[in-house]
Write a protein that binds this ligand. Structure first.
Ligand code: TRP
Length: 338
């Protein structure tokens, strides 16, 4: 008998350019995942409004199409999966309001990502940043998702999503499936190059911390060369995230992209220099990036093609989303949607 495939949902915000952190922790798995699961991949443009960055907003449409083209370049196939842009399916915004009313203000205040943003960002913070996780919950719950594929830093948001869904189901009627988190533990958090104790982030002001998927190889080479290692002499290439965060990060990048285990790599690098390690990291990264960029530029040139994919994806997504939202309205005692 044919067992029904589980539904996986994932999304990335199109703010700025995607990084090798996005690729290693999430994107690179999507091609394979399509074989096993029914996949729904979303470009979370509504989420990107939470960063009040003038430059970001100036290039919003470009970033959205770039992100879509990168999904395709990384092997997402619109014949196998649903790919769509969040703002094209208005049910996300509608459910967001309803779920805000099933979420406690204090739960949102407890979110680590929000607390970090509060301390790191000196600029004004909008209310969307606080409500960010309820919009994520709407994304996930609209599709009766079984598994949410994310990097480690998003785990807390998925736990909150589960709590919101459980609360809603017991307060009103059982409408939502309770999703589980899917995290590929190894490589699910790539650290910054100069400050290897913090996560690599596309919105980092110090661009030396970040490698972008669309960056030119010469620039990538320079960034890896100037990444922070340590002053152990002779060089000691071992995996130790506490005492050697920079070296460990480079080893994780190398291991995930080459498929070689950390143990094997430690053996291989015994007695070798940090410069040698950096060269190897560049070589493997460059191999992946060249492949992605080649495909990216082909897809990106044809905006009509991209818009058509997004249009068809939104149609499929909205069919599922509408059904869930109708059940939500019904359970709330609202009148049926026409
Ligand atoms: N917040 C996620 C990130 O920054 C992106 C995202 C938006 C998402 N909605 C989602 C991820 C729903 C998983 C499920 O990476």
């Amino acid at each position: 008998m044919n067992k029904k495939k589980l539904t996986v949902f994932s999304a990335i915000q199109p703010s700025g350019h995607l990084t090798i952190g996005n690729y290693i922790s999430v994107l690179r798995h999507w091609k394979e995942m399509q074989k096993k699961y029914k996949c729904i991949f979303c470009v979370a443009d509504l989420h990107s409004l939470t960063s009040l960055n003038k430059e970001d907003n100036l290039y919003k449409r470009k970033s959205i199409l770039d992100t879509l083209a990168l999904y395709l370049a990384c092997g997402v196939d619109p014949h196998k999966s649903i790919i769509f842009i969040q703002s094209s399916v208005h049910e996300h915004s509608e459910l967001n309001w309803i779920l805000n009313c099933s979420t406690y203000y204090k739960e949102l205040l407890r979110m680590t990502q929000f607390k970090n943003k509060l301390t790191n960002v000196t600029k004004k913070i909008n209310a969307g940043l606080l409500n960010y996780p309820t919009l994520m919950a709407s994304d996930i719950l609209l599709y009766q998702t079984d598994l949410v594929h994310v990097g480690k830093d998003q785990k807390q948001h998925i736990e909150l999503t589960r709590n919101i869904a459980i609360r809603f189901n017991s307060f009103y009627k059982k409408v939502f499936k309770i999703p589980n988190v899917l995290i590929h533990n190894f490589g699910s958090k790539i650290m910054s190059l100069i400050e290897p104790n913090k996560k690599m982030s596309k919105s980092d002001f110090n661009k030396k911390n970040v490698i972008f998927l669309l960056e030119n190889p010469k620039e990538i080479f320079k960034k890896i060369q100037s990444s922070i290692t340590d002053s152990d002499s002779p060089s000691k290439i071992i995996f130790d995230t506490i005492n050697k965060p920079g070296i460990s990060n480079l080893l994780v990048i190398l291991s995930t992209l080459s498929g070689k285990s950390i143990c094997k790599l430690e053996e291989y690098f015994l007695g070798k220099s940090y410069i040698y390690l950096k060269k190897e990291v560049f070589n493997i990264l460059n191999k992946h990036i060249i492949k992605i960029q080649k495909k990216f530029f082909i897809y990106r040139k044809d905006e009509e093609f991209l818009k058509n994919i997004s249009f068809k994806g939104a149609k499929k997504a909205s069919k599922i989303a509408k059904k869930t939202l109708n059940s939500v309205y019904d359970s709330l005692g609202f009148l049926e949607k026409l």
